[in-house]
Design a protein around this ligand. Structure first.
Ligand code: 3PY
Length: 264
């Protein structure tokens, strides 16, 4: 079975603060969690007590599998000043290292308005090549996440898995890959099997939620036996982030997901 990482922004919120959520996830049998931005500059993420979070991770032996870059897409804002992004990247990497987190999730934001799509994708390659050069040797990698524009992120540039793969091929570093979110991809109407086949080993992280609705598996229309089979067949064997909005109490919700993942 895949290593499942409940998202502590959305799950185990009943336990209280983020460090309490880590302990609650551990008590529920998980050895991994994921989160959004550590300092909470991008809502709806909230600021975290990082020393307390680190202590909870260490004491419970829970691995933080991914955190979001902050601010998520600074370099997209006119006049395309990238300095803030590169400065905060160092801070994000420092926090990730301190928390033992191997991945930072990055995006495209709304892109570079007025430029041709191809030029915008190539600009992303240029920015992320530079970012990777800056963080080389830190042990922290970047994963680029395409998001759906139909429901959750209207106006975002990168909504196609194949385009994220194009950018990752252009960056051409083992420290840079694609985050394949089963939910975003399904909302965009993508063929999961074809996308994963095209991506090859460039998928460095996976997240899930059912569609429509972004609730736990079982609340939407996706066939989870099939989805897990396609994931396995693709060769992906890394962690899977549970980034969904639970429709019941967290413990019951995640127990249901574990059951589905086990059976698949
Ligand atoms: O912002 C979102 O929708 C995400 O999927 C972040 O990982």
């Amino acid at each position: 079975m895949y290593q499942l990482a409940p998202n502590i922004e959305l799950l185990f919120t009943e336990a209280g603060d983020y460090h309490d959520r880590v302990r609650a996830a551990a008590a529920a049998g998980f050895d991994a969690v994921e989160m959004w931005g550590p300092t909470g500059v991008d809502a709806p993420a909230k600021p975290k007590d990082l020393p307390a979070l680190k202590a909870a991770l260490q004491e419970s032996g829970v691995q933080l599998t991914a955190q979001l870059a902050e601010p998520r897409t600074q370099f997209m804002i006119p006049p395309w000043d990238h300095s803030e992004f590169f400065r905060t990247l160092d801070e994000s990497v420092e926090i990730a290292r301190d928390l033992g987190c191997p991945r930072i999730v990055v995006g495209s934001g709304t892109g570079f308005g007025g430029w041709k799509r191809q030029v915008q994708l190539d600009k992303l390659i240029e920015i992320y090549r530079k970012a990777i050069a800056q963080i080389e040797g830190t042990g922290v990698g970047l994963v680029l996440e395409p998001v759906n524009v139909r429901v959750d992120h209207p106006g975002s540039l990168l909504d196609r898995t194949a385009e994220a793969v194009y950018v990752a091929r252009g960056v051409a570093s083992p420290q840079f890959g694609v985050l394949y979110d089963i939910y975003h991809s399904a909302v965009e109407g993508e063929d999961m099997q074809a996308e994963l086949a095209n991506a090859g080993d460039l998928i460095h992280y996976v997240q899930l939620a059912d569609a429509p609705g972004r609730g736990e598996p079982g609340t939407g229309n996706l066939d989870w036996n099939e989805r897990f089979r396609l994931l396995r067949d693709s060769g992906y064997d890394g962690p899977v982030g549970l980034e969904y909005y639970p429709t019941t109490a967290s413990e019951a919700s995640v127990a249901h997901v574990v059951e589905i993942a086990r059976a698949a």
